[in-house]
Design a protein around this ligand. Structure first.
Ligand code: PEP
Length: 249
């Protein structure tokens, strides 16, 4: 994945069927897509290969939404290892999405293992961070995000991808304001630079109710290197419009 270009990454969550995956890929191939924007979809695991094959004529990157915390093959029923994802052709993996933190108890200890496994398999981890509404109302958003980012400390990464997704903006239609987004992205950059390699490549994506109407405004903000898109990534034309909004003239 190109580290100087904007990234527009879709997260399909637990949505889709074989038929909709095929329809998306067909429609995607018909879109006019900018060449200088990285696009990708974090697909549901059962459809990862189908999407990869169906979209093979396009530049769409394929990723996963989660990976096992366990490193090696073995007696871990229901799990999918980082090596398996890489073997299937996944190029990136979302880590620590707020829904995984909420419903599956993902914390920094678990995420540290997942990060190590993703890196060992040459998958690009996209670490999702973000505060809840209560945490923002209490003025604790930077503390929360700093704590979530601290899982990256000591990982000796030269390339770091983070998605800032305020929990209250995910799937709610309530987008963070440009001021809130700019302030947090600047904070995230400063934090990452304080403990990463000098000259590390950083991509900081915004996520939370990004859609074709608001994408341009959000993507033009400083230190916003792209977007992580949930609902609006399910339809190829909406997702393509967001990718076009990311294209630098
Ligand atoms: C997400 O799931 O990461 C997300 C940002 O969802 P939505 O775009 O639907 O708010």
């Amino acid at each position: 994945m190109m580290w100087q270009q904007p990234w527009i990454i879709g997260n399909w969550k637990m949505n889709g069927r074989s038929s909709t995956v095929a329809a998306f890929a067909q429609a995607w191939a018909e879109q006019r897509l900018p060449e200088n924007v990285v696009t990708g979809i974090a697909a549901p695991l059962p459809y990862l290969c189908a999407l990869k094959q169906a979209a093979a004529s396009t530049a769409l990157h394929i990723g996963a939404q989660d990976v096992s915390r366990f490193a090696s093959d073995g007696a871990f029923t229901g799990e999918t290892s980082a090596a398996m994802l890489a073997d299937l052709g996944a190029q990136f993996v979302l880590l620590g999405h707020s829904e995984r933190r909420q419903y599956f108890g993902e914390n920094n200890e678990i995420l540290s293992n997942k990060l190590d496994n993703a890196l060992a398999a040459d998958l690009i981890p996209i670490l999702c961070v973000g505060e809840t509404l209560a945490e923002r109302q209490a003025g604790r958003e930077e503390n929360i995000v700093a704590e979530q980012l601290s899982v990256l400390r000591g990982k000796s990464m030269t390339h770091i991808a983070v998605a800032y997704e305020p929990v209250w903006a995910i799937g709610t239609g309530q987008v963070a304001t440009p001021e809130q987004i700019s302030a947090m992205h600047a904070f995230i950059y400063t934090e990452l630079l304080s403990f990463s390699h000098k000259g590390a490549n950083i991509r900081t994506l915004y996520g939370g109710s990004v859609n074709p109407q608001n994408a341009q405004t959000i993507l033009s903000l400083p230190k916003v290197d792209g977007a992580l898109v949930g609902g609006a990534s399910l339809k190829a034309d909406n997702f393509a419009t967001i990718a076009q909004a990311a294209a630098k003239p």
